[in-house]
Write a protein that binds this ligand. Structure first.
Ligand SMILES: [Zn+2]
Length: 430
């Protein structure tokens, strides 16, 4: 993977974590007549939807109404949809109608177990879109805002700052930069998804970061496939759904993502109770027990895999059908801190993927790959080179260059420190 590819294919989301005005929503309730694939307390949603005119709705005359969006939640039985105003360069029209709807509250059309919520996307794409102003970094998805406006910056950090002033904890675009510096809360795959986002997610986990994992459609830029074709299940421990708890679950890594709608689920448990987003703490080297169940609303054949620190450590082929999940059970020895996740694979890559469960040994951070920390340090080297005077992306930074480069250098120092720690861990300690 060339470093530049990460820049244009990744989306990370900005999450508001505290003090928001989200009102307590209705309790969730599954639709009648459909077998739930997810256990109680998990809620399916699409965190990246537009109702405006653009992409595959470029010829549309009207923006979708809340009632139409609610109807569009039905095919994939979604509990949550984040409808995003375009704060950026106008790929989706008409921002002036969407931005005033951002209030921190669910839309009044929301119903029991069906939450419609207004938030924003910041999108000044350096490549691929023919608009005047462009910025390094591409997409930010801003969830949990209290108001929206159009603002332009040449790099993303000032937008994170703007969101923080609304009690938000922002994230993305120079993704490895803003994950390393604590701004990006999660990694998102969108449109049709691919393993590219997953590989970046693995590398970040191997460096000791814990971003959430999200999949969403970016409707209507997804060739008009239904809302939730890419979806995110979020676990809410008290099982009472609100938008705020749903996005906090994303930030805490309590997710399972799907690329084929609301049809299958992976139930990953470590030592009986730990699930995605949880951390198991071992005093010293020890063994953990892993149980994985793949459930499906219809009979399916396939392969499930258990991934540890980015490598497959157990696999099982078989079939899943309603009431009869395919199970994989194993035990694994942990001599040093690491992480576990599960995925259901098909020929195109992952169909479903869980967020990571963390296993900490002796309180040490995950330092499982020198190569991955080096990869990001070199990736940022390239970002610095390309955005410096004479670089291919130099044109994107005129006013903000010094501040942006300062941010990149800070992040590079973080990855270099992690790489050094991983090297000494490999040698058996400093
Ligand atoms: Zn979008």
């Amino acid at each position: 993977m060339r470093p530049t590819r990460l820049l244009v294919t990744m989306t990370a989301l900005c999450l508001a974590l505290s003090g928001g005005a989200a009102r307590r929503g209705p309790a969730a309730e599954g639709p009648a007549g459909v077998v739930a694939v997810e256990p109680p307390g998990w809620f399916a949603g699409d965190a990246h939807v537009h109702r405006g005119i653009g992409c595959s709705r470029a010829d549309a005359k009207e923006m979708l109404t809340p009632a139409e969006l609610l109807e569009a939640m039905q095919p994939n039985r979604l509990n949550v949809v984040a409808v995003l105003a375009d704060m950026g360069n106008g790929e989706i029209r008409y921002a002036e109608k969407d931005l005033p709807l951002i209030s921190g509250r669910d839309d009044a059309a929301s119903r029991l177990g069906r939450l419609l919520h207004w938030d924003a996307e910041w999108h000044f794409d350096p490549r691929g879109v023919t608009f005047e102003r462009k910025a390094i970094g591409g997409h930010l998805i801003l969830l949990g805002l209290e108001h929206g406006e159009t603002l332009f910056r040449e790099y993303t950090y000032p937008v994170f700052e703007w969101a923080k002033r609304q009690n938000a904890v922002p994230g993305f675009a120079e993704l490895p930069v803003e994950v390393a510096l604590g701004s990006a809360a999660f990694v998102m795959e969108d449109v049709r998804g691919s393993d590219t986002a997953i590989h970046a997610y693995y590398r970040l986990l191997n460096c000791g970061f814990r971003p959430g994992l999200v999949a969403s459609t970016d409707y209507p830029c997804n060739f008009l496939e239904p809302l939730g074709t890419l979806l995110t299940y979020v676990q809410i421990p008290d099982r009472q759904l609100t938008y705020r708890k749903w996005i906090e679950g994303i930030a805490q890594g309590r997710t399972v993502v799907s690329r084929n709608g609301h049809n299958e689920f992976l139930d990953l448990r470590v030592n009986g109770t730990a699930s995605p987003g949880d951390e198991l703490r071992l005093e010293g080297q020890g063994t953990v027990r892993v149980e994985l169940g793949w459930s499906s609303v219809k009979p399916l054949k396939g392969r499930v895999e258990l991934v540890r620190n980015g490598a497959v450590v157990a696999t099982r082929e078989g079939s899943a059908s309603p009431g009869s999940p395919l199970k994989l059970e194993t035990t694994l020895d942990f001599a040093e801190s690491g992480w576990l996740a599960a995925r259901r694979m098909s020929q195109r890559g992952h169909e479903t993927h869980t967020g990571a469960v963390f296993v900490t040994v002796g309180g040490a951070p995950v330092r499982s790959s020198v190569a991955d920390a080096d990869f990001f340090a070199r990736w940022i080297d390239n970002l610095i080179r390309q955005t410096s005077p004479g670089g291919a992306w130099s044109e994107f930074l005129s006013k903000d260059r010094d501040a942006a480069l300062d941010r990149y250098r800070q992040a590079r120092a973080v990855y270099e420190r992690i790489a050094a720690e991983a090297r000494s861990a490999k040698r058996g300690g400093p």
